[in-house]
Ligand binder design. Structure first.
Ligand code: ATP
Length: 407
C-alpha cells in the first residue's frame, strides 16, 4: 500500500504507482558498475521486517523519475521473505511552497525523521523564489535538520556506457566524493547579508564535531572499499588550507583522525588542483572528502566525467537518518517531456536498499540493491536504455522498462 501524508499530517492510502510498465524483449548483459555499498554502519543494527520509506516526489522532472523508481523497487523486492517496503509520500518543494507558502512542512520533516530511509527526487524551480531571491531548497533544509553530514557521491563509469574522457583508464572509473553536507558555506545559508548596494557577506562554518564525524565516516568508507577491491585504501582531504584558516582547522582535524586509521593512506590537495586532477587523472582517486560548497561543485564535475547528471546517484547519511536522491536538480528545461533520464534516481534507490540491508542486518535488502544496480548497468549498454543526455534516443519510460527487463 502506498500512503500519502498531506501537509496537515493526515494519511490516506492510494495505489499511485500501480500502473505497470509494458515489457520489451530482454537484451545484452554487461558486467556490473559500482556504487559504493554503505557498509560503514553508524548505529547499532536492528532487525526489522518492514522498512518505512519517506518519499518526496519533488519538482520538475522529480515526479516523472520517482514513479518508475518506486515501480522498480516494488519489482525487485517482490519475492523477498525477510522484509518489505512501506512508502509514505510527503509534500515539500517549490510547487508546494507556491501553493501553501511552506517549502518543507513540519509534518513532512517529522515523518521523514521517523522513517527508515528517505527517497527524494529533485526539488526546486528557478521561477519560484523566496522574497530574498533564493530558491526553495527543502533538500538542504532536510540535511541540516536531520544532521546528514556525509554526502556520498560515487563517481564511476558503466561498462558499455558513455565515456567522456578519451584515456582508456577512464573506462573503469571508480571513486567516491564525500561532501560534508550540513555546514561549510551552507551553514548559515539563510543568514547571508546584503549590507548595502555595494557589499554582501556570507559565513563559512567548520566545527570539530561534524568534521570528526565526517572524517571517521570517510575513513570507514575507504576501509570498506579496500576490502571490496582487495587493495590498500586511500583518503584525500580537499580544502583551501593555503588561504583560509577555517580550512587549515579542517585539515588539522583530518590529520588527527588519520591516526586512528593507520591502514588508510592519507593525502591532501587544494580544491583548484583537485578539480584539474578530476579531469586529467581521475583514476588516481579512491575516496575524497571535502567541505559542503566545494563538494557541491566537484560532484557535478564527477557527474560530468560519468557522462551525465542523469547517471549520478547520491546519499546523504547521518547517525539516524539517510536521504537518497539523484545529484541533479529538477531540470525544468525538460520537465513534462518524458525525456528525463531516471537512472540517477534508480541508482540512488539501489544505494538505499544497500543501506537498509547494512544497517539492519538484512542481507536480502542488500542483495536487492545489488540486483537493481546490476540491472541499471546492463540497461545503459542497450539502445532502449540510453537517454538523450548520453547520446541515445530513449525516453524516461523506455529507460525504466529496459531496467525492469534487465532485473
Ligand atoms: P540544482 O542547482 O538544483 O542541482 P541545476 O541548476 O544544477 O540544479 P539541473 O536541474 O541539475 O540544474 O539541470 C542541469 C542540466 O542537466 C539541464 O540541462 C538538465 O536538463 C540536465 N539534466 C539534469 N538532470 C537530468 C536527467 N535526469 N536527465 C536528463 N537531463 C538532465
Amino acid at each position: 500500500m502506498y500512503y500519502i501524508l498531506d501537509s496537515k499530517g493526515a494519511f490516506f492510502g492510494i495505489s499511485r504507482y500501480a500502473a505497470k510498465i509494458p515489457h520489451p524483449p530482454v537484451a545484452a548483459i554487461a558486467s556490473v558498475a559500482h556504487t559504493e555499498p554503505l557498509s560503514t554502519q553508524l548505529r547499532k543494527p536492528v532487525n526489522k521486517q518492514s522498512f518505512d520509506i519517506a518519499v518526496f516526489d519533488g519538482d520538475g522532472i522529480g515526479p516523472e523519475i520517482m514513479q518508475y523508481t518506486v515501480q522498480l523497487l516494488d519489482q525487485v523486492t517482490a519475492g523477498c521473505n525477510s522484509f518489505k517496503l512501506d512508502y509514505t509520500s510527503l509534500p515539500a518543494g517549490a510547487g508546494h511552497y507556491e501553493k501553501t507558502g511552506e517549502s518543507l512542512p513540519q509534518a513532512s520533516l517529522a515523518a521523514a525523521g521517523d522513517s527508515d530511509a528517505i527517497l527524494l527526487s529533485a526539488m526546486g524551480l528557478p521561477h519560484i523564489r523566496k522574497p530574498d531571491g533564493t530558491e526553495i531548497v527543502p533538500q538542504i533544509d532536510l540535511r541540516i535538520a536531520l544532521g546528514l553530514f556525509a554526502g556520498v557521491r560515487p563517481v564511476f563509469t558503466f561498462p558499455g556506457g558513455p565515456q567522456v574522457l578519451s584515456d582508456d583508464r577512464a573506462a573503469q572509473l571508480d571513486f567516491v566524493l564525500v561532501r560534508e553536507s550540513i555546514e561549510g558555506l551552507f551553514a548559515h545559508k539563510d543568514e547571508g547579508q546584503v549590507i548595502d548596494n555595494n557589499e554582501a557577506t556570507e559565513t563559512l562554518r567548520i566545527t570539530r564535531k561534524v568534521s570528526e564525524q565526517l572524517f571517521d565516516f570517510s575513513f570507514k568508507l575507504a576501509q570498506s572499499r579496500a576490502r571490496r577491491l582487495n587493495r590498500p585504501g586511500k583518503l584525500m582531504c580537499i580544502d583551501k588550507a593555503n588561504v583560509f584558516r577555517s580550512f587549515w582547522f579542517f585539515r588539522e582535524i583530518f590529520n588527527e583522525r588519520a591516526a586512528a586509521f593507520p591502514d588508510i593512506e592519507t593525502s591532501a590537495m587544494y580544491v583548484d588542483a583537485a578539480a584539474m586532477k578530476m579531469v586529467q587523472s581521475p583514476w588516481d582517486f579512491d575516496v575524497m572528502v571535502t567541505e559542503n560548497m566545494f563538494g557541491d561543485i566537484l560532484s557535478d564535475l564527477g557527474a560530468g566525467i560519468m557522462g551525465s547528471l542523469g547517471l549520478a546517484p547520491s546519499a546523504d547519511i547521518g547517525i539516524n537518518n539517510a536521504v537518497f536522491q539523484p545529484c541533479h536538480g529538477s531540470a525544468p528545461d525538460i520537465a513534462g517531456q518524458g525525456v528525463a533520464n531516471p537512472l540517477a534516481m534508480i541508482l540512488s534507490a539501489s544505494m538505499m536498499l544497500e543501506y537498509l540491508g547494512d544497517n539492519n542486518n538484512c542481507e536480502e535488502a542488500t542483495r536487492c540493491g545489488e540486483s537493481l544496480r546490476g540491472a541499471v548497468t546492463r540497461a545503459v549498454a542497450i539502445d532502449s536504455g540510453r537517454g538523450r543526455d548520453i547520446g541515445g534516443t530513449a525516453g524516461t519510460e523506455s529507460i525504466a522498462r529496459t531496467v525492469q527487463d534487465c532485473l
